[in-house]
Design a protein around this ligand. Structure first.
Ligand code: KDG
Ligand code: MG
Length: 412
């Protein structure tokens, strides 16, 4: 059969999502996530104007060939916009293939290598007490691993740091803060690396004291340190046995991690902003990281992410796929099917979507006893209620801008 139609849906049930809806001549529909936080319409145009017209009439079962066609033929390769568009099509084609085979997608990817996927939650607090309260909430829900982010004395607002609402309910949206009015600009925050480096080891000490040695604790540096600052932090938190330190330096500077490795045995994770296996070449061959942070959505789909993990597997490097709310339920399902099948799975980030999001995207993945499972529904196992989706119009929203105290723009 062949691809008959490709629609690109934009909806904002709680946050913005871009979804490719691919329909075959025999009426099978596949979904793919192409959401690029804060740059959604760049992917929409890439898909609608430059990809969809070239795919109508092609055999939808030729997933690898179509991936290579979209990756190699346009001359301009890689980049977040291109690879999110490639991802959306790739996921939709895998969804169709598994639906046609009548099996959950992981069975086409080699079958289950494990019973479930160890997952980590996002806990944060403006103070250590509030952070510990949030961690207790997640431990009670069954999580065996948590990412800990904390307020820093002297800094007003830090990305990803919020207190739980009364009753322990904890939700935040990565791109929720846009100044309204004509400017429609991202919000701005002030950052001070020295204050952060002074404070963070005491946060790790307090969490270990409260929760003991079994809980896996992770931390995200959001690319804000220089190599020497990152080396110092990795060394200072090493006594508290972190599961990983994520994005300690700007991602594109692959050799920066040599210096961090030289000084510390803290495991390192990087890659949520990467989009191809080439972004990992030095990191993997020199064993500078322990975990791959890409998601299927931003790394060229299941086909692109599987390439990265095959390469990483040769060096004993495992997955830690990106799973914030800006990876849609469709992208999350793609991560889960691949993770269940991979031999070198490590951990899966799990930031649950809001009830509003889940009223539009109907998922069949489940979380039980600290583990995620993609479920047994044929395909990716996610349905899109397009009628409900059409009621949620796109809302401009951006991640905040990060500036140092002197006003200069700082890394993310
Ligand atoms: O769009 C960017 C967010 O998804 C990102 O900032 C979240 O760092 C993040 C994480 O580790 O989930
Ligand atoms: Mg991160």
């Amino acid at each position: 059969m062949t691809i008959e139609r490709i629609d690109v849906d934009v909806t904002s049930p709680g946050r913005n999502f871009v979804t490719a809806v691919v329909t075959t001549g025999d009426g099978v529909v596949g979904l793919g996530d192409g959401t690029l936080n804060g740059r959604e319409f760049a992917v929409v145009s890439y898909l609608r104007d430059h990809v969809a017209p070239t795919l109508i009439g092609r055999d939808e079962s030729q997933i690898e060939s179509i991936w290579q066609y979209l990756y190699r033929s346009p001359y301009w390769r890689r980049g977040p916009v291109t690879m999110a568009a490639v991802a959306a099509i790739d996921m939709a084609l895998w969804d169709i293939a598994a639906k046609k085979a009548g099996v959950p997608l992981y069975k086409l990817l080699g079958g289950a290598s494990r019973t479930g996927l160890l997952s980590y939650a996002h806990a944060s607090g403006t103070t250590i007490e509030k952070l510990n309260e949030a961690i207790h909430g997640y431990v009670e829900q069954g999580f065996r691993a948590v990412r800990i982010q904390s307020g820093v004395p002297g800094l007003d607002q830090i990305y990803g740091v919020h207190d739980s609402a009364p009753g322990g309910k904890y939700e935040y949206e990565p791109a929720g803060r846009t100044e309204t009015g004509a400017a429609m600009r991202p919000a701005e925050e002030t950052w001070d690396t020295a204050a952060y480096l002074r404070h963070l080891p005491s946060v790790f000490a307090a969490v270990r004291e409260e929760f003991g040695g079994d809980l896996r604790i992770l931390h995200d540096g959001h690319h804000r340190m220089s190599p020497i600052e990152a080396a110092r932090l990795a060394k200072d938190i090493e006594p508290y046995a972190p599961f990983w330190l994520e994005d300690c330096t700007p991602g594109e500077d692959q050799t920066a991690l040599r210096l961090v490795r030289h000084h510390s045995t803290t495991p390192l994770a990087i890659g949520e902003v990467f989009n191809s296996v080439h972004d990992y070449q030095t990191l993997i061959t020199e064993r500078l990281i322990d975990y791959v942070r890409s998601s299927a959505t931003h790394a060229g789909g299941i086909t692109g992410l599987r390439q990265i993990m095959t390469f990483a597997g040769i060096y004993g490097i495992r997955s830690g796929f990106h799973g914030p709310t800006d990876v849609s339920p469709v992208g999350m399902a793609a991560n889960l099917h691949l993770g269940l099948a991979l031999h070198n799975f490590g951990i899966q980030e799990y930031m649950p979507h809001s009830e509003t999001t889940l009223s539009v995207f109907r998922t069949s993945y489940r979380f039980e006893d600290g583990l995620l499972h993609p479920g047994e529904t044929p395909g990716l196992g996610v349905g899109l209620d397009r009628e409900a989706a059409s009621r949620y119009e796109y809302q401009p929203a951006y991640l905040p801008v990060n500036r140092l105290r002197d006003g200069s723009v700082h890394d993310w």
